[in-house]
Design a protein around this ligand. Structure first.
Ligand code: FE2
Ligand code: FE2
Length: 330
């Protein structure tokens, strides 16, 4: 059923789910609770978004697509001195590009979850949860692709080598699920971080983008919780060799993914002829951008610390990649 009005109840942005300390909730009980929430609180990409409403119409000249001054590129003199039409078009192109990369990431995530589920025994609560998450991610991908289509931009998304490389990650769902869930957090955590800060900021956000982000953040609160608790459950039982591999491959994966998700694509750089000096100013030589990347990865880094994956050797890898920061006090 297509909803024709864009009016919607404002959705409170839920915090990430956590095991209930009060009832000393066990891991299987937590997984069952998350599955139950998927039944009572879920969204449909077409029933819950009034795509054809006037309020949600996409106009590339709408100034609400412009990048805010808090964005690394939006803050540059080059961007600010572009005509308004270019600023808004580039902003819209950027959001569409992020959504395309997001849905490609979710494609890998869904396939990996199915690989994981295929090996689970009968009666496993993780099986049901994994399928709920696959269904939710499929709704997200429908919503992201619909947005991309409506912008009119023909967006390739991830560069080809990364698209091919991601096929390896799918297999990890079965062969090395702990590394697979680090990949999941590496994608979901920075997106969630970015969406939460956009929703909490005072900057005007286009209502369609706001609606998509609200839906996404609400369901991701479950996904992030599952990924973290899956890791807490499984990592302590890994062999020394696997622990070592996980400790070193995690920062490599995270830095690659943050780069992919927190910077404009080559297509955008080419289309708007963004000079190299501007890219350097906004990203490569910008301490604020570096700090934002480090911050976006903060939760995964803390989790790695909790799981004993920050050894003196792996810490050097984090540092070499420029994504290290001291652990936050818990
Ligand atoms: Fe998602
Ligand atoms: Fe997710």
């Amino acid at each position: 059923m297509q909803v024709q009005s864009a009016t919607f109840d404002p959705i409170l942005i839920p915090e990430e789910e956590r095991p209930q300390a009060r009832t000393r909730e066990t891991y299987p009980d937590l997984v069952r609770r998350l599955s139950h929430q998927s039944v009572v609180k879920h969204f449909d990409a077409y029933a819950d978004i009034a795509w054809d409403s006037e309020e949600f119409r996409i106009d590339p000249d709408d100034p609400r697509w412009q990048l805010p001054a808090s964005d690394p590129l939006g803050a540059t003199h080059w961007y600010r001195s572009q005509p308004a039409a270019v600023r808004s078009r580039l902003g819209l192109h950027y959001f569409a590009s992020l959504m395309k990369i997001g849905l490609q990431f979710e494609g890998v995530l869904k396939r990996g979850l199915l690989e994981l589920a295929a090996d689970l025994p009968n009666g496993s609560p993780e099986f049901r949860y994994a399928y709920h998450e696959v269904i939710e991610e499929a709704q997200h991908s429908l919503m992201f692709q619909e947005f991309v289509n409506r912008t009119g931009f023909d967006i390739p998304g991830m560069p080809k080598p990364q698209q091919l490389g991601s096929r390896v990650v799918v297999r990890f769902g079965r062969t090395f699920p702990e590394l697979f869930f680090m990949f999941v957090l590496g994608g979901e955590d920075p997106i969630d971080h970015m969406q939460r800060s956009l929703l909490q900021n005072e900057i005007p956000v286009h209502p369609l983008l706001r609606r998509i982000m609200q839906i996404h953040v609400t369901e991701e609160a479950r996904h992030l919780c599952f990924a973290r608790n899956f890791l807490k459950q499984r990592v302590p039982h890994l062999s020394a060799r696997r622990r070592f591999l996980l400790s070193v491959r995690t920062p490599l994966l995270l830095s690659q993914m943050a780069r992919l998700m927190m910077r404009p694509s080559q297509q955008i750089i080419r289309t708007y002829a963004i000079p190299k000096a501007v890219v350097d100013e906004a990203y490569n030589r910008n301490p604020e951008y570096r700090a934002a990347t480090v911050e976006a990865l903060g939760k995964v880094r803390n989790l790695c610390g909790e799981l004993g994956l920050l050894t003196s050797f792996s810490k050097k890898v984090w540092q070499a990649l420029g994504i290290w920061a001291p652990l936050e006090a818990r």
